[in-house]
Design a binder for this molecule. Structure first.
Ligand code: PLP
Length: 377
């Protein structure tokens, strides 16, 4: 093969699919691996897309996104306290592209991005592709919250950004006011961006403290958001990025060069999505979350208290197996699949997703319980 960009050789493949694929080879395996809503997209959103398509919205949209959607997003964000206007909004191909545009757009080779771990693997992939470096901020010893001391210990003169994902994938933990106060105290006024990855924010038990609402940090925050999770629209691939106007003007060039624009008729349907109430789905996740936590506690497993997203992250340390071996054996011996914590920089844990029917959840947790008994025997 003719040599490629050498940075590609250091990129890591997400192991989530590896375990999902392994589970698919086992007949009747219950999948607790999936990180996407099991609901269908609400009908009014689908109808809006079909109507827009029928009306001929099949041409390029403006690079930045349609004025209608950007206005609707700016109003939606302003309404929840993140004051912004439509010029600050960039419509992207999911939060993935929002994150890519934000991180690739700000990172120079050799610079560092702080990623609280356990965390979503994509941040590291983008940083690596940019020639920058991920610096993990290990939260396992601080109850999965951020402390000033721990953050200060990883800040260097090369730090360019910190990523905050709350509610968190894979723990479901919501960062406390104290965690965010620590971040603010350490980075405010420094040439460091705060990337708020808020994709699970609408799927939470209560208010989520959020630095994107803080007027004193407006020049430093880049907000990444998605239609995927709250509205069960993962396959639509629409999200957005919001930041200071001068920064967004430059980041737009990257986005325009990469994807030109998000499909026009999808953007029209996303205006309808913003008028849709996601709380009925959020309530179902909350009920499942409560059920999973109750079952795991009864099995004697410990885990950080999840308050959102659709994941729980129990410790399996006491079984003396690394998380990859644990998950592989669980698939083969108990026919239930979860994702090893090592995929998120959280060895000693597994990620259980409850994006499945109550029936499957019960079956999967019964099998997990039986598997644990074989390990204890
Ligand atoms: C924390 C986090 N951020 C961003 C994304 C990307 O979401 P999407 O590109 O579907 O909007 C995901 C998807 O799983 C995620 O878990």
């Amino acid at each position: 093969m003719i040599p490629l960009n050498s940075k590609l050789s250091t990129l890591k493949r997400s192991a989530i699919r590896v375990y999902t694929n392994l589970a698919r080879t086992v007949d009747d395996c219950v999948m607790l691996t999936i990180g996407e809503p099991d609901f269908d997209t609400p009908q009014p959103i689908k109808d809006a897309a079909a109507a827009a398509l029928a009306a001929g919205q099949t041409h390029y949209a403006p690079n930045q996104g349609t004025v209608e959607l950007r206005r609707a997003i700016a109003a939606f964000e302003t309404n929840r306290g993140c004051l912004c206007n439509e010029n600050q909004v960039l419509v992207t191909v999911g939060a993935c592209e929002a994150l890519y545009t934000a991180l690739y757009g700000i990172l120079n080779p050799g610079e560092e991005v702080i990623v609280p771990t356990p965390g979503f693997l994509l941040y590291d992939i983008i940083a690596t592709a940019s020639g920058a470096k991920t610096v993990p901020l290990d939260l396992a010893a601080t109850d999965f919250q951020i402390t000033k001391e721990a953050l200060e210990a990883v800040i260097t003169d090369k730090t360019k950004a910190i990523v905050l994902n709350s509610p968190n994938n894979p723990t479901g933990v919501v960062y406390s006011e104290a965690s965010l106060a620590a971040v603010k105290e350490v980075v405010r006024g420094k040439p460091i961006f705060i990337i708020c990855d808020n994709v699970y924010q609408q799927l939470s038990d209560g208010p989520v403290p959020d630095l994107s609402l803080d007027p004193e940090l407006r020049d430093q925050v880049l907000l990444c958001q998605s239609f995927s999770k709250p509205y069960a629209m993962t396959g639509w691939r629409v999200g957005y990025l919001i930041g200071p106007e001068d920064v967004m003007e430059r980041l737009l060039l990257l986005h325009a060069g990469m994807v030109t624009a998000v499909p026009t008729f999808l953007q029209t349907a996303c205006v309808t999505a913003l008028e849709t109430d996601p709380s009925p789905m959020a309530k179902v996740y909350a009920q499942r979350r409560e059920y999973v936590c109750r079952r795991l506690r009864a099995m004697g497993l410990r885990f950080p208290e999840p308050r959102g997203a659709f994941y729980v992250f129990p410790s399996i340390e006491k079984y003396g197996l690394d998380s990859a071996t644990f998950c592989t054996r669980m698939i083969r011996e108990a026919k239930v699949a979860a994702v090893p914590g090592s995929c998120f920089g959280g060895e000693g844990h597994i990620r259980i997703s409850y994006c499945c029917s109550q029936e499957n959840l019960e079956k999967g947790l019964d099998r997990l319980e039986a598997f644990l008994k074989t390990l204890e025997a």
